[in-house]
Design a protein around this ligand. Structure first.
Ligand SMILES: [Zn+2]
Length: 468
């Protein structure tokens, strides 16, 4: 038995997930994600290390851009194989890839315009990484798979997807290879979620694998115990309502927005907040929420129970899912308190900037952060307590209250990752620690080998290894 494995992304860094596996003459990728760390972005432009037209299949763990965002480029380079994913992952990935393509096309146009104005000329062609047309083409290649069902890929290679509990539709995937009566399995964790997250079911770990690739985003950390999320939301909304301002929440379109709607619906049902107008002002979040509604089979028991009693988890009276620019603009004219959820999650673009412009100078309004804000983003600048911020080229004094609820996370921490790995009996032959900053991956590898005695390695980018 000879299985070739190579690490084309998320090796000693977090984004650009892409693992290559070759066995029995079948060539496949697990994920084909975009690099988002500035220092690694040039890799997005490089040709794939293996010619795209020789790859037979892509197994997609979930719809985050750092896992699916290079698929349109793979297709542009000649990939015509099948992309296997759960239905929800395929549908959400399609929305996310189209949005990414649109942003890239716009960025190129703006850059060209700016350069012309400045009399500059770029040494590079003014071209997006891929277009919306390229992104559309991926859609036709999806084959939707069910959890806990063996999917034949060909030549004795099969794949099984199981719930990863990270975002809606997310999976861990075990690839099994059969040859001459022997079987080997390689398990790809994807991004591992957490137990007891709202709406979604818990991670469903595998009990056996010969080789494992495990993520390590928070492999060196334990999530802090925080005050309850509903309790914090209740306090902030009631205080802002009394002050007479708006609650403006920058949010990611996938998962965080739906979690917020879930909590708001419960708070309303329990009469803990007043019946206010609420808006999801993000066309992408609106579309993704529709995918949630289409797949109640993915809900956990608690949410299912709610649905059976006639209460939809992502909607409530007074909520507007605003798609058009006119709907978005009309939010400005509301008197009294409104809850406004908009993207982008770190305030780097999107409609949130309009709502910040209209609210950041009002002491009665609250800007509420519910997600990670990376260095240098407008979100981080506000969160760090800047007195003035620049929005659309104009300085604004920060007079609004700035609040943060830090208990949201879709990633397992060190203990939860260990819990996920602990389901494996007997011990795997080798564990490859991926999808984490170098220090986090190394710390997690040491932690796991200390706990279990298993062999753990942190592979380098482009490192080819042969499994026997
Ligand atoms: Zn993810």
């Amino acid at each position: 038995m000879e299985i070739k494995l190579n690490f084309f992304g998320a090796a000693r860094n977090v984004t650009g997930s892409c693992h290559y596996l070759e066995a029995n003459g079948v060539r496949l990728l697990v994920d084909c994600g975009l690099y988002q760390e500035r220092e690694f972005k040039p890799r997005n432009w490089a040709d794939f290390p293996v010619p795209a037209n020789t790859i037979d299949a892509v197994l997609l763990t979930h719809a985050h851009l750092d896992h699916c965002g290079r698929l349109p480029k793979l297709v542009k380079e000649g990939f015509r194989g099948t992309v296997y994913a759960t239905a929800a992952t395929a549908e959400i990935a399609n929305i996310i890839m189209l949005d990414a393509a649109h942003i890239q096309e716009e960025d190129v146009k703006n850059k060209k315009r700016r350069h012309e104005k400045q009399g500059k000329k770029s040494p590079f062609p003014y071209e997006p990484l891929y277009t919306m047309e390229d992104a559309e083409k991926v859609n036709a290649l999806f084959q939707k798979v069910k959890y806990r069902t063996k999917v034949p890929i060909g030549q004795g290679v099969t794949a099984e997807f199981r719930e990863a509990g990270h975002v809606f539709g997310s999976s861990s995937i075990r690839v099994e290879i059969e040859k001459d009566g022997e079987t080997r399995s390689v398990l790809f964790s994807g991004d591992v979620g957490r137990w007891d997250l709202p709406i979604m079911r818990d991670p469903d770990p595998f009990e056996q694998a010969d080789y494992v690739l495990v993520e390590s985003t928070y492999g060196d950390r334990i999530h802090e115990q925080v005050a309850s999320i509903p309790g914090e939301l209740e306090r902030i909304i009631n205080e802002t309502h009394q002050a007479g301002g708006n609650v403006v929440i920058p949010s990611f379109a996938l998962e965080r927005t739906q979690e917020l709607l879930f909590h708001l619906n419960n708070l309303l049902n329990e009469d803990r907040i007043p019946h206010l107008l609420a808006f999801v002002d993000s066309p992408m979040a609106v579309k993704i929420t529709e995918v949630f509604k289409k797949h109640p089979e993915l809900f956990d028991d608690e949410t299912m129970e709610q649905v059976r009693s006639g209460d939809a988890p992502c909607s409530f009276p007074g909520l507007t899912m605003s798609q058009t620019v006119d709907q978005s603009k009309s939010i400005n004219h509301i008197k009294g308190t409104a809850i406004i959820i908009a993207g982008s999650g770190m305030c780097t673009g999107g409609r949130i900037k309009h709502h910040l412009k209209n609210n950041i100078g009002r002491p009665e309004s609250t800007i509420l952060f519910v997600g990670y804000q990376s260095n240098g983003t407008l979100g981080r600048i506000i969160l760090d307590g800047a007195e003035t911020v620049r929005i659309f080229g104009e300085e604004h004094e920060v007079k609004a209250r700035v609040e943060r609820i830090s208990g949201f996370s879709a990633h397992a921490d060190q203990n939860e990752l260990y819990q996920w790995l602990s389901a494996l009996k007997p011990p795997p032959r080798k564990v490859f620690v991926v999808h984490g900053e170098e220090s986090a991956a190394a710390a997690f590898g040491q932690f796991i080998s200390g706990k279990t005695g298993w062999t753990c390695v942190v592979p380098e980018y482009g490192h080819e290894t042969v499994l026997d």
